[in-house]
Design a binder for this molecule. Structure first.
Ligand code: HSE
Length: 286
């Protein structure tokens, strides 16, 4: 059995901790034979291979009496880059418990457990459900809606440096004024209504006006400003911080895809540039 979980890009500008989009990059977890102790085979540095691995920890948290198995993980989701790598591990762990423990968990229950482990739903919810998901958590309940995302090309530009979500959250202010919050929330509301009504250009303009997180994180990812300055020249719709960064998500029409990719390749030689699509199904058994 193989569990496949998509990468995700969270926030999309003003949807801080609540907007998320599943992308066509994957973590795959193959479940092999039963063993005495849990073990997980993979090719990454600094990721545990025993029961302290996040996938196994999550699976045994969900179902403590699972029999240990030999697992094999492969992933194209880089760690600490703002593409939901920890969420993909959490979702893989819950699905592992679901399958091995025959728990028959609903997607709704998986979203609830994954949000409890991750703390916020914006990466885990689209990784479970696929597509564009808007979600929040009030006490123990997760409220969410799932949508189609407007037709456009998606480029992700992945820097060769890591940025831990914890470090990227530390630069956020503890308090904002009422006036500031009202303005930030109005931007988010109209950005979302524009996305849902298919007005992509207006949505992208508003997404770039985010006041919840990007202004505070700008200094951590200086390349974002540099890329945005080329927007009119290259003809893309917008460039946004993917999750907590440092990856930059670019939305563009077909005509500007090659020009934009080439510009980033040329100016930021160490970046990994990928053309991805929206993944519409979320976690799957393949
Ligand atoms: N919404 C989260 C953040 C996503 O921006 O900190 C990263 O996990």
């Amino acid at each position: 059995m193989k569990i496949r979980v998509p990468a995700t890009t969270a926030n999309l500008g003003p949807g801080f901790d609540s907007f998320g989009l599943a992308l066509t990059m994957y973590l795959e977890l193959e479940v092999l034979e039963e063993t005495k102790e849990w073990e997980i085979e993979h090719e990454l540095d600094n990721i545990p291979r025993d029961e302290t691995n996040l996938i196994i920890k999550t699976a045994t948290h969900v179902c403590p009496n699972l029999s240990p198995h030999h697992l094999k993980m492969t992933t194209d989701i880089p760690t600490a880059r703002g593409l939901g790598s920890s969420s993909s591990a959490i979702v893989a762990g819950i699905e592992l418990a679901n399958q091995l423990g025959h728990l028959n968990l609903s997607k709704e229950k998986i979203v609830e457990i994954a949000t409890e482990v991750e703390g916020h739903p914006d990466n885990v919810a689209p990784a479970i459900l696929g597509g564009f998901v808007v979600a929040n958590k009030i006490e123990e309940h997760i409220y969410y809606t799932q949508h189609n995302f407007p037709e456009c090309e998606l480029i992700i530009a992945i820097p060769n440096y890591e940025l831990l979500t914890s470090a990227s959250r530390q630069v956020l202010p503890e308090r904002l004024t009422y006036e500031y919050a009202v303005e930030a929330s109005s931007i988010a509301n109209v950005a979302l209504s524009s996305l849902l009504s298919g007005n992509l250009e207006q949505a992208c303009f508003l997404m770039e006006q985010d006041k919840w997180h990007e202004p505070f994180r700008a200094a951590l990812v200086p390349e974002l400003k540099r890329i945005r300055e080329e927007k009119n020249q290259l003809g893309f719709y917008t460039a946004l911080l993917s999750g907590a960064g440092p990856t930059i998500l670019i939305l563009c029409p077909k005509e500007s895809l090659v020009k934009t990719k080439n510009f980033i390749k040329e100016k930021f030689k160490t970046f990994d540039i990928q053309h991805v699509r929206v993944q519409s199904t979320g976690v799957e058994i393949v």
